[in-house]
Ligand binder design. Sequence first.
Ligand code: FAD
Length: 280
Amino acid sequence: MYPAQVGYYKPDSVNEALDFLEGNEAKVLAGGQSLIPMLKLRILKPRYLVDIGDLGELSFIREGETTSIGATTRHRELASRKIPGLEIIQETASKVGDIQVRNMGTVGGSLSNADPSADYPALFTALDATMVIRSRRGTREVKAGEFFKGAFTTALEPSEVLEQVKVKAFKGYRQTYKKLVRRAGDYALVGLALLLKMEAGEVKDVRIAFTGVRDRPHRPLEAENALKGTKLSDSDISKATELAVAGVNPPSDSRGSSSYRREVMKRLLRNTLEEMRREG
Ligand SMILES: Cc1cc2nc3c(=O)[nH]c(=O)nc-3n(C[C@H](O)[C@H](O)[C@H](O)COP(=O)(O)OP(=O)(O)OC[C@H]3O[C@@H](n4cnc5c(N)ncnc54)[C@H](O)[C@@H]3O)c2cc1C
């Protein structure tokens, strides 16, 4: 199906994009990997597209105690860059879609799109990232935990652009992103971002976030709290896995039932914690 007729505007700067977004019935276009299919299916019918995909101003990775990633940074760039203390970003990016999707898709597009099965929303929720949002009125910051409001819904207003995402380094943490898919290149049936810091044989800190199990990333704080201070015994891990799924009612669809997804959540968390325990 072809999209409905739509106007196209290519700004030379973020300020020009923001000027155009104000007062026009327009949608930001970044990598087009999610937006173009939605236009073709006529789920969305904006009057204009504002193409920020090539704005160099928004394409950067600035490493430091806090790393800043510009919104139009491609998945490919993140997949080829090991950021000290944030190695999980490279691992996650390399598991997004296939090579074509990683070449075109952007970090800002994925976060703004807020697909309940996407990988970055869970990743950046586990990392407690800060979203930097810009409009003609100025800049505001929103924590990942507040940014994702529901399926395909975020704290962004129509006249705002996600400018960058900021993340603190998690030095000394074991970190991994696990994803169960039915076919290579698929969205996650369930995905898990896990960061764990051990000190003197005990869990000093842990961050857990799932994707694919509800309308937004699921961060089970009770499971995290239950693990802190433990030695990661079998019973500590069992208790945490039960707490991680408590009250979660994952969706059922052609790829898997709700109860199957709950079981996958438990297995992913248990296996990953056991793996980290073995590594010491
Ligand atoms: C075949 C295929 C497989 C895929 N597999 C996966 C996968 O395994 N895991 C995964 O996580 N994703 C997957 N994706 C989605 C992919 O990661 C997209 O790149 C991403 O969801 C959207 O990024 P984009 O840059 O293409 O954004 P676009 O499609 O251009 O935009 C998406 C939405 O975000 C808005 N937007 C974009 N940038 C901004 C911004 N800076 N500020 C405000 N709003 C903005 C747009 O207006 C639009 O509403 C897949 C996509 C395809 C086509």
